[in-house]
Design a protein around this ligand. Sequence first.
Ligand code: ADP
Ligand code: DP6
Ligand code: CO
Length: 323
Amino acid sequence: MKQSAKAKAHTNIALIKYWGKKDPELFLPMNSSLSLTLDEFYTETSVEFNTDIEKDCFILNHEEQSEKETQKISRFLDLFRQEIGCTTPIHVSSQNFVPTAAGLASSASAFAALGAAMNSITGMNMDLSTLSTYVRRGSGSATRSLYGGFVEWQMGDCNENSLAVPVDDASWDIAMITVAVNTKQKTISSREGMQLTVETSNFYPSWIESATKDLKDIKQAIHTKDFEQVGLITEANGMKMHGTMLGALPPFTYMEPLSLEVLAKVREIRGQGWQCYFTMDAGPNVKILCRQSEAEAIQTLLKKAFPNNPVIISKVGGGVELI
Ligand code: ADP
Ligand code: DP6
Ligand code: CO
């Protein structure tokens, strides 16, 4: 058994969203989803067995985290410790190179990095497919962050077959731009938001129906490298997910007034001939799928329209790595 390990994983942004669990204990999702891994945003996490401490310790961005946050991490570490029959406390130290809990998928890179580090330190050395079934139980979206490019999370129907599958390396002139509208921590976590939606939204059944079709269609479009179709399906799917929240009780939204202005601007820029399509997650920030060769021109237009907001280009990211 090694004493320490460190891993780096990138965030991913879903083009076909995961928004709801059918089994919250096992993190089995209501539908399969598909994402793009981003090079620009990532998490680095190190783990160390430490017999000098009584319980696990979790440091995030150089700050020791609360009991509640640490317990969340401990439950995840237990998935691995159980397998090797070990109860030794672990010191976890992590740094996010992405805003935390702002709808920019910090939980995805976080649990992918932590899972990969645990896979190494325990000597379990699982392949990525199997590891994805562990990482999933830290945060669903993390399942997809083990691989680069376009990645599908196949929903499956039990712990062993709800896993990530790489779909395409996305090396055909693809990038994603983030317009940071507000990077403060959200008040409704993704987990709480999706649970409220599943339990109360009248729109939920039709969301599942159309997410299933959107996934089938986008995989076909990726296969034929039909960028326009990929973009149009992405845009529609993201907005349908946000629609489900308006149908919840009480209704809620992650959108802010400026988010809507950015969406309108993206449509306008597209009208001028640039290939760009928006999506949003559980937060007010807007991500724009575009051609890598057009990213700087689109960034310039966005910066001009929103001079006070960071506009960040990201290339396609690769899979998780030990460092
Ligand atoms: P996001 O949109 O950033 O993914 P979520 O609500 O899904 O927001 O998840 C945010 C939560 O993920 C944080 O409150 C924290 O519990 C967890 N998290 C974020 N970064 C890390 C990290 N580096 N290590 C462990 N857990 C993390
Ligand atoms: C809107 O994976 O953060 O970003 O599984 O409860 O940790 P938990 O939630 P999380 O939800 C992500 C929701 C989303 C869509 C997506 O990434 O597919
Ligand atoms: Co998340």
